[in-house]
Design a protein around this ligand. Sequence first.
Ligand code: ZN
Length: 198
Amino acid sequence: MLTIDQVGTVVLRRPAETVPAEQLSSPEVQRLIDDMIDTMSGVGVGLAAPQVGVPLRIAVIEDRKEYQRHSPKWLAEAQQRRPVDLHVVVNPVLSVTDPTPMEFFEGCLSVEGYRAMVPRASGVHLSALDRNGRPIELDASGWYARILQHEIDHLGGVLYVDRMVSRTFITTESYADAWLDEPLDATRAAFGLSPNPS
Ligand code: ZN
């Protein structure tokens, strides 16, 4: 297991570097990818290399069905959250295909103990390489599009706190106790926001 750097660590704020093909196939980088997968497993839906102190454009992503067990069904539907199989993205480039903003609470393994509402585009296109250097081209929507935006932000030194609606910044404990089951409109009103993301 790798140590996950917390906000305040400089590597989280530096743009990561493109991984050359010969470096991607090296035992060191393949080992890093395996260790990132092990470190993410059971605790998060994505992990970017800068979060484990390595300034390379690599992220691992997996959203298991079991991760939704604490979420009300209506919320998973509103979030358009569907399971995503484990995969690795190297040197990813995202383009927005549907800019319609969706605002939901999200968290980050590098900002432990907090959540905030973050507006994200509803749809994106991903161009990347897999861990074997083969090209990936895919379209993502809903929660998967959010995960991709969050992880690829990490590769540019950007954290969700740079994009959040700051008045919704709360502890994970408060989120679980008071807001997880609350209808979205009521939550937005309680935080002084308009009913729909703008
Ligand atoms: Zn994160």
